[in-house]
Design a protein around this ligand. Structure first.
Ligand code: MLT
Length: 302
């Protein structure tokens, strides 16, 4: 009989896979396994039976990895399970940065009561004119599950896609991302691309990578998208970039307070993985990993 604790009920759907040998407990200290989405576990006291933590999502920065390693607690994530949801939001972000959809919506709401919409229609066409994605260069930094999906979707929109991933062999790069120009350095992405999207984990080597130096190499009027982790960018440098106009738009689902109100910032809550499908996929995969480990000792992270 295994006891599991589920933070904020990550999904009933995934839990339906558990057999009668698994019982939910209301105190994490009693659990053999913990299922978690975004709750930070750094302050959590582990019970003596805890053997596994399964994170329903890609990033594991909410888990105290060093403590888990010391105490022999296995940590799983669910790579790829929410990638499609994130990809779709990144593409929406690029469209929001290129077409003034939000400006147009606000304008219609403000003007409908006064009956000005028909009268000022021509003015609106000028005021909210945008540009197209087709033919523009997109740089994708990090060609993991999400980066590759974004790259392929952008190709379908007619974008010229550059990819950079120092961990990818030439062979795998060719297999997973045909038609992408593989940049040899990240600087090539910075200097060549009109849109730059980041899809790397938050590591010591990636934290703050979008800093003043990186931004100085970028094209004037670049659009930077960050749906990966807030710590990948230096907030001050992004604000300076927006204020000077070097960065036309910074699009993100991390509502960093210093950036959120600055002109050109397009900031929403952390919604990349918040689709019914992504939540179900993540929950099912997290439950499967926890169960495989507790019942069979399997460590596969499929
Ligand atoms: C992730 O790391 O995959 C996301 O942060 C998932 C989430 O929003 O829960």
């Amino acid at each position: 009989m295994y006891k599991y604790y589920c933070f904020n009920a990550i999904a009933e759907c995934g839990l339906a896979n558990l057999s009668e040998d698994f019982v939910p407990v209301s105190d994490a200290k009693d659990a053999d396994g913990i299922l978690v989405r975004s709750a930070a576990l750094h302050e959590l006291e582990f019970g003596k039976n805890l053997k596994v933590i399964a994170r329903a999502g890609a990033g594991v920065n909410n888990i105290p990895l060093d403590r888990c390693a010391e105490e022999g607690i296995v940590v799983f994530n669910t790579p790829g399970a929410n990638a499609n949801g994130v990809k779709e939001l990144v593409i929406a972000g690029m469209l929001l940065a290129s077409r003034d959809i939000l400006g147009g919506i606000n304008w219609v709401q403000e003007n409908e009561e006064d009956g000005n919409i028909a009268k000022d229609a021509e003015k609106a066409k000028k005021a909210f004119a945008g540009c197209e994605l087709e033919g523009k260069k997109l740089g994708v930094i990090g060609l993991g599950a999400i980066g590759v999906l974004v790259a392929n979707a952008a190709q379908h929109l007619g974008m010229d896609v550059y990819g950079y991933d120092p961990y990818l062999s030439v062979e795998s790069a060719w297999k997973i991302s045909r038609g992408i120009h593989h940049a040899r350095t990240v600087d090539e992405i910075y200097s060549e691309c009109d849109y730059i999207t980041i899809h790397v984990p938050a590591l010591d080597s990636t934290k703050g990578m979008i800093d003043a130096d990186a931004i100085s190499l970028m094209k004037d009027g670049v659009v930077v998208l960050n749906f990966a982790r807030d710590v990948l960018v230096n907030s001050e440098a992004v604000v300076d970039g927006l204020v000077s106009g070097k960065i036309k738009h910074y699009v993100t689902d991390f509502p960093t307070p210093e950036i959120a109100g600055v002109k050109g910032a397009i900031v929403i809550p952390h919604l990349g993985a918040s689709t019914a499908e992504a939540e179900e996929n993540c929950a099912k995969m997290a439950v499967k990993e926890m169960r495989n480990y507790l019942e069979y000792g399997n460590i596969k992270n499929s």
